[in-house]
Design a protein around this ligand. Structure first.
Ligand SMILES: *[C@@H]1O[C@H](CO)[C@@H](O)[C@H](O)[C@H]1NC(C)=O
Ligand SMILES: *[C@@H]1O[C@H](CO)[C@@H](O)[C@H](O)[C@H]1NC(C)=O
Ligand SMILES: *[C@@H]1O[C@H](CO)[C@@H](O)[C@H](O)[C@H]1NC(C)=O
Length: 402
């Protein structure tokens, strides 16, 4: 367009000339000169106009260039801004996630902390408990039962229920005879021979207790008779056999006495036992789960030293005894033989089920009314269908404790 301008002005001059009136007087030079000058002025004006237009266009171009540069810059800024905003958003999001995570950790801490405390406390308690139990059951005995070697019937009576025993805590030779499932009469024989030979000399001494016993769980330990007081749920009487007085009494806790201990010995609610470690009680637990509970009793103070829930069931059980701190429960099915130890409970956990052989008793017609271990002569004293029986045992050393 700019390039076309001079031609345009030339065309314009010719155009204007075409419209001028034809010269009437060719000899009027003044007039021609005047017109020529006017054209010159016009032409100069046109040139100025063209220059101004050109300058203006230049300016406009520059302006639009500037604008487009600015626009480009703006665009760049916009995209920079956009990406900055985007980055910021990402950072805010990340920060939020971090805050959430910290919040979660804090919340988790709150939850975990008391749990950890309880766990640590529990572990400490368990460790202390374990130490206590090990100290409690630390006798110089490490035998475990391997089998029943022989059976010896030492006496025959008509009574299906009852118990008999020696004092396992002293070297007294006396034999005590408890007939029936509840009575207050105890027969005392001077020795095993007098007991076996029945009503020959010397005659047994008749002891009348101020209270009656219940069941066949009585034991004699260090000159004292311990028995379940008949008519109470869980009272144990400590009777001084020499002074013939009630020395002490206790209520056995832990749901004792609510149910018979063994399904096949319905009159025994608390079965007491003595082994190398001292006095124990075997009884039912709280509720009606039907599992045996083992309680260690201090025979001096009648305080409970410890209690264990055992995995041994009452169902099909007929009797149980403790040997070297391990509970052996004798079972049969339907009140008849075979009689067999199928549940063993070791509070120290050193005897496992797989260590045990088949512990069968010689075949007997009925359930045992009682089976008590005598830690002094290391044999079992039992009562089965009126027969007083001694079972000789086969034992072996158990694996050393870790
Ligand atoms: C274009 O920009 C330059 C420098 O950026 C400036 O000097 C000039 O005056 C601007 N021109 C217009 C027409 O805005
Ligand atoms: C067990 O008793 C013996 C000696 O009577 C003693 O040396 C040992 O430290 C005791 N063990 C525990 C765990 O109490
Ligand atoms: C208690 O035992 C004596 C002698 O053994 C006996 O004569 C008496 O009948 C028994 N009493 C009960 C209630 O069984």
């Amino acid at each position: 367009m700019t390039v076309a301008l001079p031609e345009t002005s030339a065309v314009l001059v010719m155009f204007l000339l075409a419209f001028l009136p034809p010269p009437r007087h060719a000899q009027d030079p003044a007039m021609v000169h005047y017109i020529y000058q006017r054209f010159q002025v016009l032409e100069q004006g046109l040139v100025k106009c063209t220059q101004a237009t050109r300058a203006y266009i230049e300016d406009f171009r520059e302006f639009s260039r500037n604008i487009s540069v600015l626009l480009g810059r703006c665009q760049t800024h916009t995209s920079e801004y956009k990406s900055a905003v985007h980055n910021l958003a990402l950072r805010v999001e990340r920060a939020q996630r971090e805050i959430d995570y910290l919040e979660y950790l804090r919340a988790a801490d709150l939850c975990v902390e008391p749990e950890e405390k309880t766990l640590a406390e529990t572990m400490l308690q368990e460790a202390e408990e374990d130490k206590k139990i090990r100290a409690l059951l630390n006798a110089s005995c490490d035998n475990m039962l391997m089998g029943i070697k022989s059976l010896k019937i030492v006496k025959k009576t008509m009574d299906p229920e009852g118990s008999w025993m020696k004092d396992t805590g002293s070297n007294s030779a006396k034999v005590y005879f408890f007939i029936g499932s509840r009575n207050n009469t105890v027969w005392e024989f001077v020795n095993m021979r007098a007991f076996m030979e029945d009503s020959t000399k010397p005659a047994p001494r008749k002891l009348m207790l101020p209270l009656s016993w219940q069941g066949s769980g009585q034991v004699i330990y260090k000159g004292f008779l311990f028995f379940h007081n008949q008519g109470t749920a869980n009272e144990i009487i400590k009777y001084n056999l020499q002074k013939k007085t009630v020395e002490d009494r206790m209520l056995l806790p832990g749901g004792a006495g609510r149910a018979p201990v063994y399904a096949h010995s319905p009159s025994t609610y608390i079965d007491l036992a003595v082994d190398e470690h001292g006095l124990w009680a075997i009884h039912s637990g709280p509720g009606v789960q039907g599992y045996l509970v083992l309680t260690k009793i201090d025979p001096g103070t009648l305080g409970v030293e410890h209690a264990w829930d055992t995995p041994c069931r009452s169902r099909d059980a007929e009797a149980a005894f403790l040997l070297c701190g391990v509970l052996y429960v004798v079972y049969n099915s339907g009140g008849q033989g075979p009689h067999r130890v199928t549940c063993v409970y070791d509070p120290l956990g050193t005897i496992r089920d797989e260590d045990l052989p088949n512990l069968f008793f010689p075949r007997r017609p009925r359930s045992h009314s009682m089976i008590h271990y005598n830690s002094r002569d290391k044999q079992l004293y039992a009562w089965n269908e009126g027969n007083q029986i001694i079972y000789k045992l086969q034992t072996r050393r158990r694996l050393p404790q870790q």
